[in-house]
Ligand binder design. Structure first.
Ligand SMILES: Nc1nc2c(ncn2[C@@H]2O[C@H](COP(=O)(O)OP(=O)(O)OP(=O)(O)O)[C@@H](O)[C@H]2O)c(=O)[nH]1
Ligand SMILES: [Mg+2]
Length: 421
């Protein structure tokens, strides 16, 4: 099952702004006319109804969007880099892989056409026209483009089943799925026979719904025990649950309570989904003999279960008709059709002012705006140094340094450049 893929995405680098001056007849030095660099392209993930698996992402791991073009003279701006759009199946959950190991949700693409930006393109650098002022009419400063964001992204396909069958191993989930649909899951008398969620379509009269077996739920599943943890996520989208209980177990009621505790420990929303409580294996003698006792125990726990034998088919049609009814009432209550707004993920806060910290005797300036100017500047020219100094004031770097206690003669570093204050 290709229900999960990890990919690396890199957005385009912004194009560089340029230093250029107008050349006119009879005018030895025209004004600055260096255009800005174009923004780098984004990497975008978009849900597409015509895509049905994440298979392609298993074959190719790295994706990058186009870089922005550099600006040109005569005020011409560079072209924006084209965004890279990756099509994924509807129902894909997109998250960002963090260093600490837990994933951070970016977006849940529930409808065709819904999309999320997973790596933002770098902004293009400013051309030298932006650095002109009344006192500096020949600015020799321009900005380099910003780098594009780079992220590790996890794509996961959530099963879109309407109904999930949950319950301990070996209670007869596969047997029920096979009895109610054309699915052919493996059935065996040991636990964890089913290792992946399996789907089947159930027809009730003219209508149908998708039923899924959710495998491997055991005590501690919310902590990652058994197989359940991975698949608990998959049932988040189901509208209702069939909670199947083995009638031949020592205490069917206790089993129901424990499974529900497990579900709510994983996610309280999961425990609040409507459930049909179903006792299975009523064809067995020992279950027949205890039927009244079991009914009584459930009723004192506040529920009235349905009784079936998945093996013989007794009660299965009735259960499916009941499931259809509950599904319908959930839909009418407005459980479906909610829109999830597109979330754009930005790992770094933008627009933070310059920061200064001391490294030994050197004052280090962290100011991306300035670093990008510094990276492109020829600091050997005195004119250029003067222009840079003005930018230090303008971007608030001088203030930040003074606040940090800098004195004339102290060493300052910004990006690759070091100088005395
Ligand atoms: N007598 C009887 N046995 C049943 C019934 N339903 C299932 N079984 C048996 O119970 C055992 C487990 O059935 P499965 O359908 O594989 O159970 P499961 O819940 O899917 O199990 P896992 O996938 O391992 O979690 C098998 O030996 C089935 O034949 C039933 O209604 N009556
Ligand atoms: Mg099974």
């Amino acid at each position: 099952m290709f229900d999960r893929a990890e990919i690396e995405v890199r957005a385009g680098v912004g194009g560089a702004g340029v230093i250029s001056f107008r050349r006119e007849k009879h005018v030895p030095f025209g004004g600055p006319d260096g255009g800005d660099g174009g923004d780098g392209g984004d990497v975008v993930i978009r849900a597409d109804a015509s895509v049905d698996s994440l298979r392609v992402f298993g074959r190719k791991r790295f994706y990058r969007a186009a870089d922005g073009q550099d600006g040109k003279g005569k005020g011409k701006h560079g072209k924006k880099g084209e965004s890279l759009i990756l099509a994924v199946p509807v129902g894909t959950v997109v998250s960002y892989k963090t260093q600490i190991g837990s994933d951070a949700l970016i977006a849940d693409l529930e409808q065709s056409g819904q999309q999320a930006v997973v790596a933002k393109g770098g902004k293009g650098g400013l051309g030298n026209t932006h650095f002109a002022s009344s006192t500096n009419q020949a600015p020799e400063l321009a900005q380099k483009g910003e780098p594009g964001e780079e992220n590790s992204i996890i794509l996961e396909m959530r099963l879109i089943a309407d109904v999930g069958i949950v319950g301990y191993p070996n209670v007869g989930k596969s047997t029920l799925l096979a009895a109610a649909s054309a699915a052919k899951p493996k059935i065996a008398s040991y636990s964890f026979t089913t290792r992946e969620p399996i789907l089947g379509v159930v027809e009730v009269g003219q209508r149908s719904f998708v039923l899924a077996e959710i495998p491997g739920l055991i005590d501690g599943a919310h902590l990652g025990r058994g197989l359940g943890h991975d698949f608990l996520r998959h049932i988040m989208r189901t509208k209702i649950l069939i909670h199947l209980i083995d009638g031949s177990s020592v205490s069917p009621v206790e089993n129901m309570i424990r499974v529900n505790a497990e579900l709510s420990l994983f996610d309280s929303a999961l425990a609040q989904k409507p459930q049909l409580i179903v006792v299975n294996k009523i064809d067995l003698h020992q279950v027949q003999a205890r039927l009244t006792e079991i009914k009584g125990a459930f009723s004192s726990a506040g529920t009235t279960p349905l009784f079936i034998s998945a093996a013989t088919g007794e009660g299965v049609a009735g259960l499916m008709a009941e499931t259809m009814k509950v599904l319908h009432s959930v839909a009418v209550e407005g459980g479906i059709g909610e829109r999830v707004p597109v979330k754009v993920f930005r790992p770094q806060p933008k627009g933070a002012g310059p920061r200064v910290y001391k490294e030994g005797n050197t004052f280090v300036v962290v100011a991306p705006e300035l670093e990008r100017i510094v990276a492109g500047a020829d600091v050997t020219s005195p004119g250029m140094r003067w222009q840079l100094r003005r930018q230090l004031v303008k971007l608030g770097v001088s203030k930040a340094l003074e606040r940090a206690g800098i004195k004339p003669g102290d060493r300052v570093r910004c990006g690759d450049l070091e100088w005395d204050w």
